[in-house]
Design a protein around this ligand. Structure first.
Ligand code: ATP
Ligand code: MG
Ligand code: MG
Length: 408
C-alpha cells in the first residue's frame, strides 16, 4: 500500500460525509462513489471520485481502480463484484469489512440464523413461504408458533424499519395487507421481543493480513430509542441504569456484542443493536457492518477516537487505544428528521444553536440533504460534563420535545 493510501467508499451519504470529516485532518484521501451532489462529495473534493450508483458493478470497478482499499457506508450492495475485486489476479483491492461479512449481514434472516448457530442469543425466526397460494398459510403458521404480535421482516434492503410490518392480531384484513406489501418479497417472521430497553454497542475489529483477529474493542453502551422503527434519540449512558445495574448490563451487552463481531470477517467498526428484556437478558437484533447512527455521539464524546476515526484506523491498520472511555459524563443524540415542510426542522436547529448552559455542549450536524418527511437530514449532539444523564435529559427536554413535534 502507498504511504498515503486512498480509501474508496461505496456510498456518499451522511456516514460517508462524517468519514470524510474525520479523514480530512489526517490527510487521508477518500474516493467516493455516489452522485455528484452526495453529502460526502459536498465537503471533499478530489480527482478520485466516481459519479454514479454504488449499485452499479462497473462503477464499483472504476472506484476500485482509483483506490487502495475499499469500504462501504451501506450494506445493501453487490457483494459478487466486491468478491471479484478482492481476489483479482492482477490488482486485488482489499475490501473492509470483508465482502463475506457484507453478504451475510445484508440478509437479516441468514445473519440471525448464523448468529444462532454460534450460540448468540437472537429472537426466534421462521422462514415465510412466498410461493403464490402459500403466503397467507405461512403467515398463519407464524402466528400459531409465535402468538401475537409478531414482526414480519423483509430479508434484504430494509432500513429505518422500511421492510418491517407488525402483525398485531392476524386478522384477515391484516394478513391481506401483509400479502399486498410483502407477497413478492423474500421475508421471514420474527418473534416479538417485549424489550424494556434497546441498546447499541459499537465495536472496532482489526485483523492481520492473514485474517486473524488482532483486536475487538467495544465502545461504551448506549441506549437507543426508536419511534415508528426509526432511531430518534441515543443516550449515553443508558437512562434508568445506575450503579451496579449499569455495570452488569453494560458488561453483558459489550460481551455479547464482541462475541458477535468475533464471528465476522474484515476490519472496521460495527454496530450491534440489542434488546434488553425485563429479566435482564440481552438479545441481538441486528448488526450494521459500518459506522452507525448510534455512534454519532462519539464525535464529541470521544473525539480522540470517534467511530469515524476508528473506521479509518481499523481499515488502515493505524494504532488504536486499549480502552475506549468518554471524555464527557453524559451525551444525548437527537436525530433531525424532515417534517411536513421543507423548513419544518429549522426551528429545532435555531433552538439548538441558542441553547447554552454551563457544563453543556450542543453540536449541530446538518448533512446537506433535502428535507423529506421522516428522512434523516441531520443530528444534534449534547454533551454533559459533571452532568448525569438525567440532568442532561432535563436540559435537552425543550429540544427533544420540539424534535417530536416536527415529526408529527
Ligand atoms: P435499521 O435502520 O436499524 O437498519 P431496520 O429497518 O433494519 O432498521 P430493525 O432493526 O429490524 O429495522 O427494527 C427496527 C426497530 O423495530 C427496532 O429497533 C425495534 O424498535 C423494533 N423491532 C424490530 N424487531 C422487533 C421484534 N422482534 N420485537 C419487537 N420490536 C422489534
Ligand atoms: Mg437494519
Ligand atoms: Mg435496526
Amino acid at each position: 500500500m502507498p504511504s498515503q493510501p486512498t480509501i474508496g467508499l461505496l456510498g456518499g451519504g451522511q456516514l460517508g460525509q462524517m468519514l470524510c470529516e474525520a479523514a480530512s485532518p489526517l490527510n487521508i484521501p477518500i474516493a467516493v462513489l455516489d452522485a455528484d451532489d452526495a453529502p460526502a462529495k459536498q465537503i471533499n473534493r478530489n480527482q478520485h471520485h466516481v459519479a454514479g450508483s454504488f449499485k452499479d458493478a462497473d462503477k464499483i470497478r472504476a472506484l476500485a481502480a482509483n483506490s487502495d482499499v475499499l469500504t462501504v457506508e451501506i450494506e445493501h450492495i453487490d457483494t459478487e463484484v466486491l468478491e471479484q475485486i478482492a481476489s483479482d489476479a492482477t490488482r486485488p483491492v482489499a475490501v473492509h469489512p470483508s465482502w463475506k461479512t457484507l453478504r451475510l449481514v445484508q440478509n437479516k434472516y441468514e445473519q440471525k440464523a448464523y448468529l444462532a448457530s454460534k450460540g448468540i442469543p437472537v429472537a426466534e425466526q421462521l422462514a415465510i413461504d412466498t410461493t403464490p397460494g402459500s403466503f397467507v398459510a405461512s403467515l398463519k403458521e407464524a402466528g400459531a408458533k409465535f402468538g401475537f404480535p409478531w414482526m414480519l421482516k423483509a430479508r434484504k434492503d430494509s432500513y429505518d424499519g422500511r421492510g418491517n410490518l407488525k402483525i398485531a392480531t392476524g386478522s384477515d384484513a391484516e394478513l391481506a395487507q401483509a400479502e399486498a406489501e410483502f407477497g413478492h418479497v423474500a421475508c421471514y417472521a420474527e418473534k416479538w421481543v417485549p424489550f424494556v430497553m434497546e441498546l447499541s454497542v459499537m465495536v472496532i475489529r482489526q485483523e492481520d493480513a492473514a485474517g486473524n483477529t488482532t483486536k475487538v474493542l467495544p465502545y461504551p453502551v448506549v441506549e437507543t430509542v426508536h419511534e415508528d422503527n426509526i432511531c430518534s434519540y441515543v443516550y449515553m449512558p443508558p437512562r434508568g441504569l445506575v450503579g451496579a445495574e449499569l455495570e452488569t448490563v453494560s458488561a453483558k451487552a459489550q460481551k455479547v456484542a464482541c462475541s458477535v463481531i468475533e464471528q465476522l470477517w474484515g476490519r472496521g467498526v460495527f454496530a450491534v443493536e440489542l434488546f434488553v428484556t425485563k429479566t435482564g437478558d440481552v438479545l441481538v437484533n441486528e448488526i450494521a457492518p459500518r459506522p452507525h447512527n448510534s455512534g454519532h455521539l462519539t464525535i464529541e464524546a470521544m473525539p480522540y477516537m470517534s467511530q469515524f476515526k476508528a473506521q479509518l484506523a481499523a481499515i488502515l491498520d493505524l494504532p488504536l487505544p486499549n480502552k475506549l472511555e468518554p471524555h464527557v459524563d453524559s451525551a444525548i443524540m437527537i436525530n433531525v428528521l424532515g417534517g411536513v415542510g421543507a423548513d419544518s426542522h429549522q426551528k429545532l436547529i435555531d433552538l439548538a444553536q441558542s441553547t447554552f448552559a454551563s457544563k453543556l455542549g450542543v453540536y449541530v450536524h446538518m448533512y446537506g440533504k433535502a428535507a423529506k418527511p421522516s428522512r434523516k437530514i441531520g443530528h444534534i449532539t449534547l454533551t454533559g460534563t459533571r452532568l448525569s444523564i438525567k440532568e442532561l435529559e432535563t436540559l435537552a427536554q425543550p429540544l427533544t420535545q420540539l424534535a417530536q413535534e416536527i415529526r408529527q
